[in-house]
Every structure is written in C-alpha cells, then in structure tokens.
Design a binder for this molecule. Sequence first.
Ligand code: PFF
Length: 493
Amino acid sequence: MQETGTNNGRGFWSSRFAFVLAAAGSAVGLGNIWGFPTTAAQNGGGGFVLVYILCILLVGLPVMLAEMVIGRAGEKNAVGALQHLKPGTPWYLVGVLGVVTGFVILSFYSVIAGWTVFYFIQAAGGALKVPEGQDSATYFGEMFESMTANPGYEILFVAIFMIATIAIVAAGVRKGIERSVKIMMPLLFVLLILLIGRSITLEGAGEGLRHYLKPDFNAINRDVIIMAMGQAFFSLSLGMGVMITYGSYLRREECLPSSAGYVVTADSLIAIFAGLIVFPVIFFMVAVHGAEAEDLVAQGAGLVFVIFPQILVELPGGAAVTAIFGSAFFLLLAIAALTSAISLLEVVTAHFVDDWKIPRKKAAWGLGGIIFLLAIPSALSQGAVEWLSEGGLFGVSFFDLLYIITFRFFLPVGALGLALFVGWAWGLKNASLAIQTGTPNFRLEKLWQIMIRYVAPIAIAVILASQIAAVFASSDDQEPAEPAAEESPAEAG
Ligand code: PFF
C-alpha cells in the first residue's frame, strides 16, 4: 500500500477536532432528534434502547472505523478510495451504491428538513398561536395539512433548504463544511440543553421518563432488532461512504479509533438526550389532556409538527415563551438536518470532483439541483398529489418507498460490503497499518479485527436475510412489504 499523504491535493481539515465535529454533524440529524425517540417509543422503550446500544457497539463502531480508514488510506471519495485500494476489482461498486444512496436519501431528507424551516419561520414570527374559540389540536392539524397539501410551499421550503446545503458544500471542505459545523454544532448543543431543561420540568415528565428508560425485555423481538440495526446505520450515517469521504480529508498522523469513538458517543448521547425532550412532552399531553400515549407516539410527523405546537402554545409565560421555545426547537431540527444534508451532498459531490474532474462549485450546484428535482415527487407525495401519496401508484407514498429502500436495504448492503472489503478483500493487515500511522498503539486492534471480519458481517447478513424473508412473507400474504412496527419518519417517526 502506498500512501503519499498528500491526499491527491484535495485539502485537509484544519484539525482533528474539525473532522470529529463534521462527522458528528453528519451523524446527528433528524434520525436522532426525532427518529430515535419515536422509534424507541414504538418498539418498547427501554428494551429498544438496549438493543440499539448493542448494535452500535458490535456493528456501528467497527464499521465507522472501517469507513474512516478506507477514506484516509484511499485518499479519495467513496468510489475512488475503493478503486485506489483494490484496483481492477469490482469493489468500487460498493462506493457507487453509496453515491446513489446519497442522492436518494438527500432527496427525501430535504422534504422533512424543509418543514422544519417552515415551522421555524412560523414560530419565530409568532405565528404559532391558536385563534380565539378554536381547538388547538384541530388548528395545528390543519396547519400541517395545509402546508403538506400545498405544492408551492412544499417545493419552496425544500428549495430553501437545498440552496443552503449546496452553498455550504460548494464553498469547500474547509471554507464551507468546516466553518459551518463550527458554528452550528455548538448552537445545536445549547438548544438541546435549553429544550431538555424546559421539557423535564413539564407536568407528567416523570412518567414520560419512566416509560422511556424502563427496559421492557418482553418487547424485544425480530422486528425490534431489525429496526434497531436500521436506526443505528442511519443515525451514524454508515453504509454510504460519508465517513470514507470525510476521512479522506484527515491527515495520516491523526488518531482514527478515538475519532470514531467520539463520533459514536456524541451521536448516541444526543439520540438518548432527544428522548428526554420528546417523552416528557408526550406525557405532558397525557397528564394535562388525558391523551393516550400510544396514539401520540404513533403519530410520527404529527408528533413533531402537530403535537409540539400544541404544547408550545400552552407553555406558561405567553406568546414570547412560545416563540422562544418554538423557534429553538425547530431551529434545532433544521440545524441537525443541515449538518447531515451537507455530508450527503459531499459524498456525491466528492465523487464527481475526484473521479470526473468536475470543478467543485459546478458539481455541487449541478448535483444538488438534480437532487432537488428528485425531491419534488417526495415533497408532493405528502398529500399534494394523490397518485404519489399513500395508497396511490405505489401502495405507500413515493417518500416512503425511497425511505424503505434505503433504510432497510441500501444502507445495510453498503455497510456489509464495506465490512467485507476491510475484513477480507483489502485485508486486516493493510487496514491496521493504515490506522497505525496515527495510532501506533491501537490497543483494541485485535478486537476490532474480529468485529469487522466476523461479527459485523454476520450480524448484518442475518438481519438483511430476515428483512428479505419478511418482504417475501408479506408479499405472499398480499400485504404491503412492511413488517409490523416499520413506518417512515414522515408517517410514524
Ligand atoms: N445520520 C443522519 C440522521 O441521523 O439524521 C442521516 C444520514 C446522514 C444518513 C447521512 C445517512 C447519511 F449518509
């Protein structure tokens, strides 16, 4: 293996801290703040959290390190790095799948992100208030529906979000991505703490926390494990080359294992903390309005965009408090989404910059523009255009279709490919040598090697096989190809 250490003149992060911040920014997203708590609630609370943590340790962390080392040693994007490390073999196709997955995920991710921008503007402008004599549940339900059913709004807010994403990626790794995460990540942290402080002092919060953190081992079954694994990949941004691409801008003397450890820890803590906001809020509604917790949890998008506003208007302190906490909450979501979206676009952009020699600005705007076009049917499938929506042409909405394909298949297949690449094709010896340039005493080396060569591929393969079996089983029953407990974030969290 020859390493020049110049990473083909593509530029470096200014420090390891910047790399960790950007990688954590990618990992921490809508999947943590909204996906994790609601998926946990739908899948047995504490039991799910436990399975999730196991998935993170046994599979997530080893694969994250594998991706980082591929990127740094390959000195290129997801496709180019694999080509560089194993020239003349088909392994680069795993990178191609990653680039395709980046396209697809960003197209539907930006739809929800667009909603967060819409609600941030509403909250900051004081528009989250219920007119005299109206019921707040109905009012906010209608507000959400009128947004999603309005093609103009749907497209406008995706466009605003995509322009912000593209502008950052077009500005480059240091001047765009690094600079923006250095502002956004600390802000995200402050907003998170502010919101936790508010929600854990709400009436009913204690009950909410008990429900969240009490493990229910009886609830652990095959579907819970599948969901936990899917959630782990999605949340850690694994399986599509984000960490390969970000790792390719890291210097050889930096320590990879501890970087991977920091990113995984930050991601898991923020997911778990987000539950400290969401669960008390659910149980506030239960305590104050006698709502059924299960009904609230089942709402998914409704939870964030309908139930939250109802609580916001009820906070003691009046309109100013509603505006402050409302805008803090939706800004938190929007920032989390933006730091993830830039990593998705960077995977795609870096491939075209490195391997097709397209200038960065052109690549970012051109590819971001195509992703925006692909986002339009997803945006319109939320109620604006019937045949794209639930029960239309696809049985599920166009949005859900893309979500299920990527979440359930593309990311696990990608992660399996990358684990096999490091464990068997490129080889443990080469990978370890490449890690050692920054970590001469990698103490957990043997353990990591066992994980990446055996444990991770077997675990992912078993879960993939069981997903495929579930699809066949449900198509035999003539039911939609979705086992129980699985719905997209837009539908159910
Ligand atoms: N990790 C992000 C989240 O939790 O919302 C989503 C994501 C970003 C998934 C980047 C995949 C990815 F490559």
